[in-house]
Design a binder for this molecule. Structure first.
Ligand SMILES: [Fe+2]
Length: 324
């Protein structure tokens, strides 16, 4: 698992062999530096017997950073066997339209993008006291016109026979709530982005109204690593990191969790929610926690205090080798 783009780039982050994973940090080259930004992208490579597969999960905020880092890390995105998008926020899909344009005709035939629901392609907005952040809209027909097949994996689904996506994530904890600031812009009544698809209430919203975003179509990506257990990658974790892990366990029938990989979106969370999340981490008992992106220092410090041996600090360009 290579963290291609992340919020943090720390050239002094410690690498090396831990008990059951190896953490490789990219060498620092001032003439070909990795670039970090508020965004997330992974390159996931897996071996099953002699069969090797590559999956790209999320696509950072800007193509400049994503393509620069693919280059520095010597990764070739057109080798991808599948693409996965966790949800419809710009810091995860931002570079995808440009990547799709540049790689058109070079992708493997039938390349599929796994998304978790229609809302991935609806207009997302974040309303904060400091102002409104427009997350834009990912244009599904434009991706399809570039030769990418879009598949809505509302239910758990295997990806290239090596990984699976969780499907939509049931909310089983009482302390994980979607961020209050997140909104979807309602589309026309008869469209896939009509508010009636995404609102639990019967109140109708007109096209253009902002309605609470409950991240119905967010999904997590999971591998079952031989002799180790599940590696659960939440991406942004708006559905709740614990909800995501529970859904990964339920979908696979496997209880043992080897690693939980973030973002966990707890940076803005109250201390009580962080404490409950860490208590749930302890109950789940993963061997490793890799808290990236929107996790927040509050939660990284809480994990460090409660479960120091599990913590792998994030940094752009980090490669974690599981199962070797
Ligand atoms: Fe995010």
């Amino acid at each position: 698992m290579t963290n291609v783009v992340d919020n943090i780039y720390d050239i002094f982050a410690k690498g090396g062999k831990l008990d059951t994973v190896t953490v490789q940090r990219a060498a620092f080259d001032p003439r070909a530096s990795l670039l970090s930004q508020h965004g997330l992208a992974y390159h996931l490579e897996s071996l099953r017997g002699s069969e090797q597969r590559e999956v790209l999960l999320d696509f950072a905020l800007t193509e400049g950073n994503l393509l620069n880092n693919y280059g520095v890390l010597k990764l070739e995105p057109t080798r991808a066997d599948a693409l996965i998008l966790s949800h419809g926020h710009l810091d995860h899909y931002g570079a995808l339209p440009d990547l799709a344009r540049m790689a058109q005709g070079k992708w493997k035939p039938g390349l599929t993008l796994y998304a978790g629901g229609e809302d991935t392609f609806c207009h997302c907005v974040v309303v904060t006291p400091g102002g409104t952040v427009d997350q834009g809209t990912l244009d599904r027909p434009a991706l399809e016109a570039r030769g990418i097949q879009v598949l809505l994996a509302r239910q758990p689904m295997a990806v290239v026979g090596h990984a699976f996506v969780t499907g939509q994530i049931p909310r089983v904890t009482d302390f994980e709530k979607p961020p209050a600031a997140a909104r979807l812009m309602a589309g026309p009544m008869d469209s896939a982005c009509a508010a009636s698809h995404f609102r639990p209430t019967k109140v109708e919203a007109k096209a253009g109204d902002l309605v609470a975003d409950n991240f119905q179509g967010e999904h997590a990506t999971v591998y079952h690593v031989k002799d180790r257990g599940l590696v659960v990658i939440t991406s942004c974790g708006h559905a709740g990191v614990i909800n995501s892990v529970r859904q990964a366990q339920k979908a696979s029938g496997i209880q043992k969790v080897h690693a939980i990989v973030g973002g966990f979106h707890l940076a803005p969370a109250p201390d009580e929610v962080v404490a409950k999340t860490v208590a749930a981490f302890k109950e789940i008992g993963p061997d490793y926690i890799v808290p990236m992106h929107c996790t927040g220092m509050n939660t990284i410090m809480a994990v460090h205090m409660a479960m120091p041996r599990t913590l792998v600090m994030p940094s752009t360009g980090t490669r974690v080798v599981f199962g070797a």
